[in-house]
Design a binder for this molecule. Sequence first.
Ligand code: DX5
Ligand code: ZN
Length: 218
Amino acid sequence: MVKIAPSILSADFCNLARELSRIRTADWVHVDVMDGAFVPNLTVGVPVVKSIRSHTDMELDIHLMIDKPVRYIKAFAQAGADLLSVHLEADHPTGIARALDLMEECGVRKAVALRPITAAQAVLPYLERLDMVLVMTVEPGFGGQPFLERQLDTIGQVRRLIDQYNPACQLEVDGGINPVTARKVVQAGANVLVAGSSVYGAPDIELAIAALREGAEG
Ligand code: DX5
Ligand code: ZN
């Protein structure tokens, strides 16, 4: 079954407890951590993740858009992350492998994320040990951008690699997801959908989450 992971990037940061309670009918909470270096935007860090943890029992899916994420794996794990995604472009392969080792040591699920420029095959050195691959469907950094149709190819390629090498691995997509693009990405092979503006920008959040599920499940 497809999972819906609203991104709190589009929520009201002054009212996070309320904003979390508004997405109870979703599956995961997606938190975008940005450092102003790997991406040209700054968002939240470890203390905010810790506060979010104390206000929800939903799965915490933490998307690290930071350089050399290996430096912060333990801190985010201790703050209550269930799953951490590190970008393949954010460090040398040894740094990425070390970050995955640390996630394993901390008992956190492990994911790697791909910018639109990165080829699907880049996941291969890590795929057998991953719980999830995150394919970006916009350039990371900001919510509210249009979906990049050409990423459907990358999603399809990653799906084929997952089916071949690690069928239990999940495939998440992030950026420009609404009920129309939800259908396309699920047809291409995704099974976890991040959505920021199409959830928090909607007049009725429960309806927006239901519409994403309907779109996804055709
Ligand atoms: C962008 C973030 C996304 C963002 C998605 O860098 O990774 O999670 O919140 O927002 P929408 O759904 O509005 O494209
Ligand atoms: Zn994200």
